[in-house]
Design a protein around this ligand. Structure first.
Ligand code: COA
Length: 328
């Protein structure tokens, strides 16, 4: 019996920051941001933490399935911006939602966090360790962005997407296959230098702004274009899929040019590619479940549709998941 997504929802904060907001603060322009990234605006959470992004979306998942908090067995929070170093944000979400029967944990795989979490959740369900898992992809990126760094501040946004995974009786749908990868050598190009056990926070680390995300954009870009396109082509080949078998590519939303290169490599026309980077920027672990939730809300996902999820992010981590949509 395959593991299947049986509910999906998202939450983005209400405060919208268009590109013009950055023009007055940094040496940048709306034109540069739009043409180099595809982003027009993003949302920042002004008060609250990553768990506050997750809770409304998770509640909506429960409502969609008519479940109570006690029906959830496990909660996985994929994030690089946990509420605290510890306890886990999963534990905080468990408390805030009253998931009294659930255990859970945080999972750190940056922009690929949701794919890693989805596979982990699916494996737990398929092995019958648990019946119902909430997999949450969420980041409050604004909490680790340097407002003086034009190469990162303009790229990211805050948001969360949550899916519920359960068994399906129908073998034709559900999560079919995954290819997940990691290359720790990429850690030199996208990271946060201090705040962890390697460089615990001190006056000096804060003065040096080492508690902010740093990225060598061009190096990451080159690896992302190749990595995301290759792994997506690989999962198609492995499952004997042609472009006709795929209704939607749901890619991580880091840069429109990376997304276009991936779709081209897969032979997919642009109308099969989910894009919302223009409205939300890069919400890290949030991008893919937010995309899925919006597609579902807009009635663009039908039972049995072939979907490929693809991501690339810090670590490096990257991967692709093939699924047949299983919500009616
Ligand atoms: N506004 C205006 N100019 C900017 C700028 C900004 N916000 N950010 C950088 N620039 C400048 C650079 O300083 C550089 O100027 P120079 O030529 O005088 O040195 C020029 O624009 C080009 O910079 P570059 O970094 O080569 O731009 P790019 O085309 O690679 O685009 C990114 C930058 C970050 C948008 C792009 O590299 C990218 O998307 N990288 C990958 C992101 C990603 O996938 N991350 C992984 C998942 S989180």
């Amino acid at each position: 019996m395959p593991a299947n997504i049986t509910a999906v929802a998202h939450f983005v904060p209400p405060d919208v920051f268009p590109n013009s907001y950055f023009e007055s603060r940094l040496d940048t322009s709306d034109e540069w941001i739009r043409t180099r990234t595809g982003i027009k605006e993003r949302r920042f959470l002004l008060e609250g933490a990553t768990s506050d992004l997750i809770v409304p979306a998770a509640k909506e998942c429960l409502e969609q399935r008519g479940l109570t908090p006690e029906d959830i067995d496990c909660v996985i929070v994929c994030t690089v911006t946990p509420d605290n170093m510890f306890p886990s944000t999963a534990a905080t979400v468990q408390r805030k939602l009253g998931l009294t029967k659930a255990w859970g944990f945080d999972l750190s795989a940056a922009c690929s966090g949701f794919l890693y979490g989805l596979m982990t959740g699916a494996a737990l369900v398929e092995s019958k360790q648990v019946r119902r898992v909430l997999v949450c992809g969420a980041d409050k990126m604004s909490s680790i962005l340097n407002p003086d760094d034009r190469s990162t501040f303009i790229l990211f946004g805050d948001g969360a997407g949550v899916v519920l995974i359960e068994h399906s009786e129908d073998n034709n749908i559900g999560i079919k296959d995954s290819i997940l990868k990691m290359d720790g050598k990429g850690g030199d190009f996208l990271y946060m230098k201090s705040g962890g056990s390697a460089n615990p926070p001190s006056h000096e680390t804060v003065d040096n702004k080492e508690h902010y995300a740093v990225q060598d954009g061009q190096t990451v870009f080159k690896s992302a274009v190749v990595g995301m396109a290759d792994v997506s082509a690989e999962i198609m080949e492995k499952n004997n899929l042609t472009a006709d078998d795929i209704t939607w590519l749901v890619p991580h939303q880091a840069n429109l040019r990376i997304i276009d290169a991936t779709a081209r490599r897969m032979g997919l026309s642009p109308d099969k590619v989910m894009i919302n980077i223009d409205r939300y920027g890069n919400t890290t672990a949030g991008t893919i479940p937010i995309c899925l939730s919006e597609l579902w809300q807009q009635g663009k996902l039908k039972y049995g549709d072939g979907v490929i999820l693809a991501s690339f992010g810090a670590g490096y981590t990257w991967g692709s998941i093939y699924l047949r949509w299983g919500m009616k």
